[in-house]
Design a protein around this ligand. Structure first.
Ligand code: NAD
Ligand code: TYD
Length: 349
């Protein structure tokens, strides 16, 4: 079936991998990437596919309803994969309202525009990308399943939980066809270097301190970003409408163990004596309300849709470090503001 799929947040970390996968794998679909290019959105992430005939970029903010309506009409949008969001917990602690605006109001704007444009909701899918953080914080045992009650603890996770509830409310009230996936922490190429793994890679390379919050004993469950994109492809095509699927690789790590692993691997790659980079580890004040542990039970998506992660963590971490070391310009651009120059040269400001 011919589809015109609106992917929001396609210039961000996960979004760019989803856009690349869909543009390359489905030449018959038109992929419209809608993104307002915050600090986290970067069109250099899409250089490999930017001149593909089935790819279109629209610089639009989710808060601008008339622009959203114009995009639906101009491209005859048939389906939505919604990734655009404010995504960093630390930023949500200093500026919660920005998260309410984009994640809650932006999502409701998109739901409204899609509902009104589609009219007949039978043949259209609204796919909402969410996080495992909506389930709250685990102690040392147990996993999040699709039926775990929501218990968000940070302004970020509260805003994502709210957007998930609105998506379900639209499915129930207006009979919109929706699907939601809640994924664990992603890592891999193109992640803005404010999140733990790219921040540490960047700082190790530059001999800067590696800030470890609290005692470094908090636990996250890590998935390679391309495996998340593969899961999104599968759920988009084969997931059951109205369902929720958890996505994760059964791959839990304490923060301090990840930071040490990065130090060891990078010492070897940079030709430094073993133990050199670990001296950069600096324990700092803990994050306010820091969730102790996240861990996803991904057996539903495995059993129902046959999804499995393709990469083991050690392999994914190697690929990630190599990508950052080989893409120094990208890192320098996103951390120095040079990216604006790239945008103006390619898109005329
Ligand atoms: P990101 O911060 O890297 O990218 C977000 C993108 O959204 C950026 O390109 C940004 O420009 C765009 N955007 C932000 N506000 C916008 C607005 N008002 N209008 C239009 N575009 C806007 O985020 P990410 O890490 O790629 O996460 C993508 C999605 O996946 C988010 O919904 C996030 O909650 C979810 N998620 C992320 C993770 C993770 O580990 N990163 C895990 C699970 C779920
Ligand atoms: P982060 O990458 O921000 O993702 P999230 O908060 O969404 O899980 O952080 C991952 C873990 O690493 C989290 O427990 C906080 C911790 N952390 C640090 O210890 N130091 C840092 O500089 C950052 C950014 C995170």
């Amino acid at each position: 079936m011919k589809r015109n799929i609106l992917i929001t947040g396609g210039a961000g970390f996960i979004g760019c991998h989803v856009v690349k996968l869909f543009v390359e794998k489905y030449p018959d679909y038109n992929i419209i990437n809608l993104d307002c290019l915050t600090y986290a959105g970067n069109l250099e992430n899409l250089r490999a596919i930017e001149s593909s005939p089935n790819y279109i970029f629209e610089k639009v903010n989710l808060l601008d309803v008339s622009e959203l309506e114009a995009v639906f009409a101009k491209h005859a949008v048939t389906d939505v994969i919604h990734l655009a969001a404010e995504s960093h917990v630390d930023r949500s602690i200093t500026d919660p309202l920005a998260f309410v605006k984009t994640n809650v109001i932006g999502t409701v704007n998109l739901l409204n525009v899609a509902k009104d444009y589609w009219g007949d909701l039978e043949n259209h899918l609204f796919y909402h990308i969410s996080t495992d953080e909506v389930y709250g914080s685990l102690e040392d045992g147990g996993f999040f399943t699709e039926t775990t009650p929501y218990d968000p603890q940070s302004p970020y996770s509260a805003s994502k939980a709210s957007s998930d509830h609105f998506v379900r409310a639209y499915a129930n009230t207006y009979k919109m066809k929706t699907v939601i996936t809640n994924c664990s922490n992603n890592y891999g190429p193109n992640q803005f270097p404010e999140k733990l793994i790219p921040l540490c890679i960047h700082n190790i390379k530059n001999n800067k301190p590696l800030p470890v919050y609290g005692k470094g004993e908090n636990i996250r469950d890590w998935l390679y970003v391309v495996d998340h994109a593969r899961a999104i492809d599968l759920v988009f095509h084969e997931g059951r409408a109205g369902e929720t699927y958890n996505i994760g690789g059964f791959n839990e790590w304490k923060n301090i163990d990840i930071v040490q692993l990065l130090c060891q691997k990078m010492d070897a790659k940079l030709g430094r004596a073993s133990g050199t980079s670990e001296k950069l580890i600096t324990y700092v004040k803990d994050r306010a309300g820091h969730d102790h542990r996240y861990a996803i039970d991904a057996s539903k998506i495995q059993k129902e849709l046959g999804w499995e992660p393709s990469l083991q963590f050690e392999e994914g971490i190697e690929k990630t470090i190599d990508w950052y070391l080989e893409n120094e310009d990208w890192l320098n651009n996103v951390t120095s503001g040079n990216y604006q120059k790239y945008y103006e040269e390619h898109y005329g400001g």
